[in-house]
Ligand binder design. Sequence first.
Ligand code: IPM
Ligand code: MG
Length: 360
Amino acid sequence: MDYRITIIPGDGIGPDIAEQAKRVLEQVGTVFGHTFTCTSVLAGGAAYDATGHPLPADTVCACTQSDAVLLAAVGGPAWDTLPGHLRPEAALLGLRAQLGLFANLRPAIMYPQLSEACPIKPSVIGSSLDIMVVRELTGGIYFGERGQRTLADGTVQAYDTMSYREDEVERIARRAFDIAMLRGRRVTSVDKANILESSRLWREVVTRVSRDYPEVELSHMYVDNAAMQLVWNPSQFDVIVTTNMFGDILSDEASMITGSIGMLPSASLGGGSLGMYEPIHGSAPDIAGTDMANPIAMVLSAALMLRYSLGLSREAEAVEQAVSQVLDGSWRTRDIMSEGMTLVGTREMGRLIETYITRG
Ligand code: IPM
Ligand code: MG
């Protein structure tokens, strides 16, 4: 089969790691007999510099016409002083909204080979950790009305609003329950229903949806408690489903406790098969172009793309397997380096993964 992939290398280390994902995909194509036609387009700071806008219309158009989108990273200090709608981050929110990608899947997995990097005591974390954070991605406070106004007494006030419609909650809840059915069959819905009206509706709708999934155990947790429970007893969680902002925060926390933040991919999905896949980490402008970045999260994002958008699960497993074998060897990029291991650069890590891709 021939698949059309839109690649957004973006800013900072984005182009460095995107290159390695491309090479791994090419190898998957050779080994399994597919063609991945990759087209690179601009978004983020690179797009702002070239066109004056972080998300050019051509980019959105290329994405909608492809089978899947791979995004490396956007942002950096060079664009920090731009107004909100021109910042690189606006490209991310624009892509999510315009492609209808309402469900963000952020697996927090601890690699046994890297368990030493986990900041939590072994007695707390146990031998493994595998949490799936399902974050609502196109609603809530990141998309609500916001602005600044001058009050009668001359004071300037800024505001952001958080609102959720029933149907927005229902579709993300269904996605979370569907995923839980394929895993540990437990869903923790995280909200702030003791304060927020939108959370009370969230809780009501999630509870209603849960009746269609009698095999899945549902619990509710306030977000402050969830933040605490994640470090106190992380293995109690299977699937966490939550709002856009709470998911933004808790997914960073969950990924950090694995000690593997440079290793974790994510998937943003909508109602159809089109999805956008990106590493959880940022653009690390300080090491851009130095061949130091870890390309693994990017490569694993390509694996999620193979699985969720292209329906190629054997190929996805081949990529995940290759990454695991490289880790079983002694090769490490700088961020995951430890004593006795062999330090490799971005390109060499990509090349190593490529050599381990087999039909299994
Ligand atoms: C993320 C990032 C983005 C978000 C930013 C860069 C807009 O933090 O993907 O989690 O908040 O969604
Ligand atoms: Mg975030």
